[in-house]
Design a protein around this ligand. Sequence first.
Ligand code: GTP
Ligand code: MG
Length: 196
Amino acid sequence: MKIKTAEIVMSAVAPKQYPEGLMPEIALVGRSNVGKSSAINTILGRKKLARTSQNPGKTRTINFYLINEEFHLVDLPGYGYAKVSKTSRAEWGKMMETYLSTRENLREVVLLVDIRHEPSNNDVLMYEWLRHFGYGTIVMATKKDKISKSKLQKHVNIIRTKLKMNVEDVVVPLSALKKEGIEKVWEAFTKKMDLE
Ligand code: GTP
Ligand code: MG
């Protein structure tokens, strides 16, 4: 995928703030700190478009990025951040549910998990939720640079098993540090969005 333009168009908390139009859209979801914002920068080849942090809880709004004036990538706030109050957790749930259940042009919601670890119970719940809405055919396994190549397949299998993924669904390992896995991500994304 050749990225000609990439810009943030909206940081939304409510549906009325979502960008209008019927452009295809793909959103990224996962635990806080798993690397969603970094993944967006990596696949777009932009260093600081999406804001990242070593501390969890950086992304707090639904951030819409317009790519090539053709489709949206959406960065979502993460879950499982211990310091968050019950009230904000409930708000997160409401915001996510509203987005997932009402966004018509949403073609896929990609779950991101850390390649080093077996998906947590929260990841499993999130994945089941995505399935319920008809999403979850692509999983991105982040921080690929933190395990050796010889262990890659084993870790991918652990993820597939724990999430009970279907054989036709894909796990794409990604490294934001080494910029690896980018083409495979676009291959999966363009198929979903009927681009090219
Ligand atoms: P929230 O916005 O809090 O939900 O987090 P996030 O999922 O957007 O995570 P973010 O992209 O901010 O990254 C969290 C931390 O993980 C940062 O310190 C990143 O540099 C690091 N990180 C992300 N991806 C990778 C990767 O592929 N390899 C390595 N080594 N570090 C990564
Ligand atoms: Mg983020």
